[in-house]
Write a protein that binds this ligand. Sequence first.
Ligand code: FAD
Ligand code: DHB
Length: 392
Amino acid sequence: MRTTVGIIGGGPAGLLLARLLHLEGIDCAVLESRSRAHVEHRQRAGMLEQGTVDALRACGAADRLDAEGLIHHGIELRFDRERHHIDFPALTGGRTVTIYAQTEIVRDLIALQLAAGPPLLFEAEALAVERPESDAPVVRFVREGREQALSCAYVVGCDGYHGISRNAFPAGRSRTYAHDYPYSWLGILADVPPSGEELIYARGAGGFALHSMRSPTVSRLYLQVPNGTDVADWPDERIWDELAARFAVDGDWRLERGPITAKSVTPMRSYVHEPMSHGRLFLAGDAAHIVPPTGAKGLNLAVSDVRVLARGLIESHRTGSTQLLDRYSNLCLARVWQATRFSYDMTRMLHAQPNGDVFDHRIQLARLRRITASRHAAAELAANYTGLPLGP
Ligand code: FAD
Ligand code: DHB
C-alpha cells in the first residue's frame, strides 16, 4: 500500500488530520488498531475550547455539535462550602466553551470519512515506523493476521499515549519529561439531568470532585480516589454519597442521583516528549504529551497540534516549502507547556494530598480565594481554560 500521509491512530487527532488533508486533496490513510465500536464508545473528554469548535466547524464536522453541543459561559468553583461563578465572557472579551463528548466527535468524523474520505482501516495495528529520516518512511502493520507495509511521504503518529510511533525516535535524539500524581479519577456516566447549568470544580473536605454533563439528561461526574483504586470497591451508593459530601454547600443545592451506566478509574500523569518530529515522522496529540484531566486540555491540545501540522503539510504539498513543518515541534511545544503548566496548577489547587498535609490545604484555599477575590487572577484562569491563542 502507498499513500502521501500515513496516519497511525483513529482517535480525534488522526481522524481530524485525515479530514483536513482530504479537503485539500492530499492523499492519506488512517490505521486504527481497535474496532469501530470500541473507538466510538470509549468515554473520555467533553469540554471543547472555542478554537476546537471552530476547527471542527471549518471542516464541515460540526452539524451535530452545533445542534447538540451545550455552550457554557463559565464554571463554578466550590470550596469551604461556598459557590463562586467564574464568568468567562466577562473575563475574556466574550469567549465561551462547549460541552460535546469526544465520543460524538469521533463518531461524526468516522461517519464523514467512511462516506467520502480517505481509507480508514479498523483493526489495523501499526507495529513500527521504519526509516523516518528518509524520503520514503514505511509503516509496518498487521491486519487480519497478515503483516503489511504502508509506504508514505510523511508519517504522523496519532496513536495516543500507548502508541508505537515514539519508538521510532532514535535514542539520544529525544527527551521525555514526566510527573505522576498521587491520586486518580473515578469517572461515572449517569442517566440523570445535571444538577446545575455549569461545570462544578469542587475542593471538598474529602478531596476533589467534578460535575460535568453530556446532555440535558445525562451527567458525567468525577471523584478523586487513591491510586490503585478498584471500581468494584465503589458501589453506586458509595459514589453518590461521596460526591454529595464533596459538593456540599451552605444553602439549598442538591445533587440529583440516577442510574450509573459507566464507571472507570484513570490515573493522572503529565508527560511531554521532545521534539515532536523526527525527519518525516510527526507526533500529534496524546502520542506526544498527556496532561491530567483537571484543566480539560488533552483533546484540545490534540486538535491544536493537528491544526498546525495540517497547515504545514498543506504548505509543503502546495509549494514544496517545509518551513512550517520544520517549525512544527517548536510551535506546538510552546502551547503544550502552557497547557501542562495550567493542568498541573489546576490539579494541585483542587486535589487533596493523600497524606492530609494541612499546610498544602491552606495554600490551596488561599489560591482559590485569590481567584475569587481578584478579577486579574480570575481572568488568568479564564484565559487558560477557554484556550490560549494558537500562535503564529
Ligand atoms: P487517543 O484518543 O488516545 O487516540 C489514539 C488512537 O490510536 C486510539 O484510537 C488507539 O486505539 C489508536 N492506536 C494506539 N496504538 C495504535 C497502533 N499501534 N496502531 C494503530 N492504532 C493505534 N481532554 C480535553 O480536552 N477535555 C476534557 O474534558 C478531557 N477530559 C478527559 C477525561 C478523562 C477521564 C480522560 C481519560 C481524558 C480526558 N481528556 C480530556 C483527554 C483526551 O481524552 C485525550 O487527550 C484525547 O483522547 C487525545 O486524542 P488523541 O487522538 O491524541 O489520542
Ligand atoms: C470533562 C472532563 C474534564 O476533565 C474537565 O475538566 C471538564 C469536563 C468532561 O468529561 O465533561
